[in-house]
Design a protein around this ligand. Structure first.
Ligand code: 4AD
Ligand code: MG
Length: 467
């Protein structure tokens, strides 16, 4: 097979027949009769397989028997127009090389059970299924689209640290990073753990958000964005939470809350449009197999402007729904942190389109949000999506040093790790805003999957860290 270059199946399926080609991939199925075998081969480049037609008289029987579902092979042959239905071209095999056999009895993907739950237990084979191939290709395309979008707008890709001493969201959900011997912890005179002895000489954790450090970037480079993993030790075993998830966090100098909302809406629409244009085969596959409203739902996001509504108005709508007999599991009152049932009611039943909820009570939002004149609310903005609930969380940032210091005191936060953050307000402060898009929440929406464990190759959730 030395002289022919390997082609990707995706390219061959759109190529003109008549040439000799070489493909390499994994057998999805093999069927046929005593004279001919048909092998469906997939190499991960597309959700579609290419059909290999094997004239059994030309090949050794022992070799053909080893070509079972899951086996890895290379095939050289002629690309010809297909006589069968279902594909435009197929390959007439001249040479077959077996790279890796696959025991049909022990290979778990042979099993009848292909439920999402079962597939989660075999994360090392799951990407070989059509469904996960499609999801992981979409994930890849969306990552590219994110970089392309911000690059096109002149934003600078900014890398906030993953190991940090500051708790951005102040929710105390951080995973500690330490090299101390947990069985023999150094103590100071007060009997407290002496972090001076630790690797970094202080208490450090994995970051819950790159925002605070991204603000440093915005105050120097103007418009920046992060795109990386974040970590939260939230003990919530829900279909929408991961302990390790990816977040995109743009942070912009001179943007007020309205500019921030405009960017968020344009950004998310761009990503959905990109998926429909550049991942159509994979999205269509998922639409046809699992959720035949998926494409319509994606298109509906593009059709209309998002609703922009203050939290207080949102609460009034929910209270009216309760008065009219709608049952929520969690009570509704001004001041509550909205549950996803509340968010989804507003989006799916009341407005029937995405909602950007603004001006939340300050007590349920993080310390850095710009305080409104009413003394009760902050300039927050959450983008709420059908089927998902909150997909983006963001705000205008408090740029006033006095107000920010007061808030830090009110919340009894330790100022020690935030001096540098306060400095940004003391030296050349600027109005600025930003938001965070949960990458896996976006992928849930774009793929139509209902569990966040199925849109990331290696989900990290409570009591689960395989691989
Ligand atoms: O609303 P959050 O907590 O906002 C922040 O972290 C801000 N610092 C962002 C910013 O302004 N730069 O998180 C942002 C988004 C949420 O809207 C949600 O989509 C996602 O991150 N998210 C999660 N995704 C998966 N698993 C979790 N445990 C998540 N927690 C938040
Ligand atoms: Mg949030």
């Amino acid at each position: 097979m030395a002289d022919i270059q390997r082609s990707k199946i995706k390219a061959l399926l759109g190529a003109t027949p008549g040439t000799d080609v070489l493909v390499k991939g994994w057998v999805r199925t093999k069927r046929g009769n005593k004279d001919i075998a048909f092998i469906a081969l997939n190499d991960g480049s597309t959700v579609f397989n290419i059909q290999i037609v094997v004239d059994k008289t030309k090949f050794d029987d022992g070799l053909l028997q080893k070509i079972t579902t899951g086996a890895c092979i290379g095939v050289e042959g002629k690309l010809v127009e297909s006589v069968g239905s279902g594909q435009a071209v197929e390959i007439q095999a001249d040479k077959i090389e077996l790279f890796g056999e696959c025991d049909p009895v022990r290979y778990p993907l042979q099993k009848k059970d292909t439920s999402f739950e079962f597939l989660r237990t075999i994360g090392h084979f799951r990407p070989r299924t059509n469904t996960f191939g499609a999801i992981l290709r979409i994930r890849n395309q969306m990552a590219f689209a994110i970089h392309e979008y911000f690059h096109g707008k002149g934003f600078v890709y900014w890398n906030s640290p993953l190991i940090t001493a500051s708790d951005c969201e102040g929710a105390g959900e951080m995973f500690q990073v330490t090299t101390l011997d947990l069985n023999n912890l150094p103590r100071n005179k007060k009997g407290e753990i002496d972090y001076k002895e630790d690797f970094f000489g202080k208490l450090t954790s994995l970051t819950v958000s790159g925002q605070l450090e991204a603000e440093i970037g915005a105050m120097a480079l103007g418009e920046v964005y992060t795109f990386g993993p974040t970590f939260r030790a939230e003990n919530s075993n829900t279909p929408r939470h991961l302990a390790e998830f990816w977040m995109v966090e743009p942070e912009m100098a001179f943007y007020d809350i309205k500019d921030n909302m405009d960017l968020a809406e344009d950004f998310i629409k761009h990503l959905i449009r990109y998926a429909l244009t550049n991942c159509y085969d994979d999205v269509k596959f998922l639409n046809d197999k699992y959720d035949n409203e998926l494409i319509a739902r994606l298109e509906s996001i593009l059709a209309d402007s998002f609703v922009r509504l203050p939290y207080t108005e949102g609460i009034k709508i929910l209270e009216k729904a309760v008065a009219d007999g709608h049952k929520f599991e969690y009570p509704v009152a001004w001041g509550i942190d909205l549950q996803s049932e509340h968010e989804r009611f507003l989006v799916e039943q009341h407005f029937r389109k995405p909602v950007i909820l603004t001006d939340y009570p300050k007590d349920i939002k993080a310390f850095y949000m710009k305080q409104n004149e009413d003394g009760k609310t902050v300039r927050a903005m959450d983008v709420l999506f059908p089927k998902i609930g909150e997909i983006i969380g963001g705000s205008e940032r408090e740029a006033d040093i006095v107000k920010l210091e007061n808030r830090i005191k009110e919340l009894e936060m330790s100022r020690g790790t935030l001096e540098w953050y306060l400095d940004l307000r003391k030296f050349g402060s600027a109005p600025h805003s930003g938001f965070g898009l949960g990458f896996e929440r976006l992928l849930l929406f774009v793929t139509g999957m209902s569990n966040i464990r199925d849109v990331i190759a290696f989900p990290r959730t409570p009591k689960n860290a395989e691989y």
